[in-house]
Design a protein around this ligand. Structure first.
Ligand code: HEM
Length: 158
């Protein structure tokens, strides 16, 4: 009888431990994508970022052709709209979201532009400013800037 009680107790304890473990697994750390606030928050940051890049004199050399191109009835050009979508997808995917970036790889996209380190850092500054505008906390901001910063060797000097 005593043995039955002990083994029952062991069984119940075992079940409790398993369910604790399952709960721990279920409350996994949210992805950077989730912490940033998902696609709507990322889209808002990208729009602010594009506005800052367009107003940044360091970006004139490379972005002028794209920015002076206007779409139908004065709307943004299809190229700029495509770039915006590519940036949203790229940031979404890189931060763990469901998006799939379908644009060119970074070397191909920037080939022949001879982008300098100064230009790269200036653009990263625009992204940093856009993240600040939406009060993105330091942890998430640094994580995203690190991901973007890792693209530097594929973009500068190509
Ligand atoms: C981390 C930094 C950067 C990221 C993540 C990035 C991302 C992108 C993406 C996704 C595209 C579109 C690719 C496609 O058309 O398939 C693109 C194109 C382009 N990027 Fe960058 N880029 C970065 C840095 C820079 C810098 C520093 C410059 C200039 C100083 C620059 C200038 C351009 C230009 C001019 C285009 C072509 C736009 C067009 O004519 O369609 N990029 N970039």
């Amino acid at each position: 009888m005593k043995l039955v009680k002990i083994s029952m107790l062991a069984l119940v304890l075992g079940m409790m431990m398993t369910s604790c473990k399952e709960e721990e697994e279920m409350v996994a750390t949210p992805t950077l994508y989730e912490r940033l606030g998902g696609v709507n928050a990322i889209s808002a940051v990208v729009d602010e970022f594009i506005g800052r890049v367009a107003a940044n004199p360091d970006m004139k050399r490379t972005f002028q052709p794209l920015l002076t191109e206007v779409g139908e009835k004065g709307a943004a050009s299809p190229k700029l709209i495509a770039l915006r979508q590519n940036l949203i997808d790229q940031i979404g995917e890189a931060s763990g979201g469901p998006q799939k970036y379908m644009g060119k790889d970074m070397v191909t996209a920037h080939k022949g532009m001879n982008i300098t380190e100064v230009e790269f850092n200036s653009l990263a500054g625009n992204l940093s400013g856009a993240l600040d505008k939406f009060s993105v906390p330091a942890t998430e901001k640094n994580e995203l800037l690190t991901v973007i910063g890792s693209l530097k060797p594929s973009i500068v000097g190509k």
